[in-house]
Design a protein. Sequence first.
Length: 132
Amino acid sequence: PSGRLGSWRSDKERSLKEWLYAEGKAEAMRPLLERDLGKLIHHFTRTLYETYSPFEGKWFRGRYRVAWSNKESVFIVTGPRRAEEGQLIRFVAPTLYWVHAGKNIEYFCRLAPAEARQFRKSTLAGRRRADA
């Protein structure tokens, strides 16, 4: 689906609601997930895939291609031919998709265009300041 184009933010509440914990690990893992989920940003153009990592404070950018798609899913491939990696993106609504995160899934919700522009502007400005 071409609905992937645009900017998307990790949906912390929805992801936490469906997260499965290994036996006996919920108490240790939940605080970490509550701290980290909801911060990752994905941005798609027709050929570029960008991810903003708040943990490293920078954008990662690369080309991707669509290996296959149907009404509800798209499988993208990134990286050089000899080291390609793939990711299934499963749309559950026009403004919501999930991706695999280990044995779990992480949900992403679409950012409004104005919010996406402001976020990109602020993070890119921060990167320029750090590079100076």
